[in-house]
Write a protein that binds this ligand. Structure first.
Ligand SMILES: Nc1ncnc2c1ncn2[C@@H]1O[C@H](COP(=O)(O)OP(=O)(O)OP(=O)(O)O)[C@@H](O)[C@H]1O
Length: 298
């Protein structure tokens, strides 16, 4: 397979603590993958291994076809830490110029990088005067030096306002469209649901779920919840006709297993003349995430 990142049966322990157990995953060019998990689930450990900062106990890993941490891998992988820090006395332009020089890249590219992340207008202002969102963009511009094939982003949007988050994801969309693979960790479930191609859920060091939200929803097979609005006066008839219906804060509520959904809807439909409306309540990513995270006894 044409993988930018290939991980197979990876295991890592710190003393008696198993940080990662039998983790496998592939990320292909242009894919945006979100890594989700509770505190201590193993996300940072996985990122450090991908960056070549720590070794594995067993399993295989290849970044752009080579060992993580090798000179080739380091040239192709970029990392944006959650709290990137900058010398606040430097301007954005000076900062990026400095890092271009360190990487042996032409410094003439600094302005183009800042333009790419929407910071061209502030390039000559000191970073101390930048907002959190602007500093995050400097970090992204720095990460883009050398056209990385894989971007590893640790909670890149934490602390950003909704507009800055949207702008940040639009930048990532553009990079993915140019072929960069993106692996980002996040606790902001609703936003990654909309902005990534695939979700990975780590729990207790194990990869407990992987797929699109649609795949995870199907695999979780959580009970279906419905709200029924009765035509005035028919509440009691409906409750009598549907044994699994209950009254919650004045509304009628029905819960059934996934494979009972059509049958339950047919029962409700048969009550025409008594039912004004029915709403099937979709599960949020939080519900699905909790389901998989708890499966490991977390
Ligand atoms: N250097 C270390 N020495 C000992 N234990 C460690 C070390 N690094 C991580 N661990 C343990 O490995 C487990 C996974 O930690 P990790 O930092 O990868 O989790 P995480 O998912 O990144 O958490 P968070 O969301 O809080 O950053 C935890 O139990 C942690 O205590």
């Amino acid at each position: 397979m044409n993988s930018t990142l290939m991980i197979s049966h990876l295991t890592k322990a710190f003393g008696g603590v198993k940080a990662l157990s039998d983790v496998s995953l592939n990320v292909t060019p242009g894919e945006r993958v979100a890594l989700l998990g509770h505190n201590g689930a193993g996300k940072s450990t996985l990122m450090k291994i991908i960056l070549g900062l720590i070794s594995v106990d067993s399993g295989e890993i290849a970044v752009c076809g080579v060992a993580p941490g090798s000179a080739v891998a380091r040239a192709k992988v970029a990392y944006l830490p959650e709290n990137a820090t900058f010398h606040s006395a430097l301007t954005g332009l000076e900062h990026i110029t400095y890092y271009l020089r360190l990487r042996g890249e032409p410094v003439s590219g600094a302005m183009a990088l800042l333009d790419k992340v929407g910071l061209g207008h502030a390039a000559k202002r000191r970073i101390a005067t930048y907002s959190k969102g602007m500093r995050q963009r400097v970090g992204l511009a720095q990460a883009l030096i050398g056209h990385p094939s894989l971007l590893v982003l640790d909670e890149p949007t934490s602390g950003l306002d909704p507009v800055s988050r949207r702008d940040f994801y639009e930048l990532l969309d553009g990079l993915a469209a140019e072929g960069a693979a993106i692996l980002l960790s996040s606790h902001a479930l609703t936003e990654v649901e909309a902005r990534t191609d695939r979700l990975l859920i780590l729990s207790g060091g194990r990869m407990v779920a992987e797929g699109s939200l649609h795949d995870l929803r199907r695999e979780a097979a959580l009970p279906v919840s419905m709200h029924i609005t009765a035509i005035n006066g028919y509440d009691t008839d409906i409750l009598a006709a549907l044994p699994n219906a209950i009254r919650v804060a004045g509304n009628l509520h029905v819960t059934c297993a996934q494979d009972q959904k059509l049958q339950t809807l047919a029962h409700v439909a048969a009550l025409k003349g008594k039912v004004a409306d029915i709403d099937v309540i979709p599960h949020s990513l939080e519900d699905i995430y909790s389901h998989f995270s708890r499966r490991d006894g977390q």
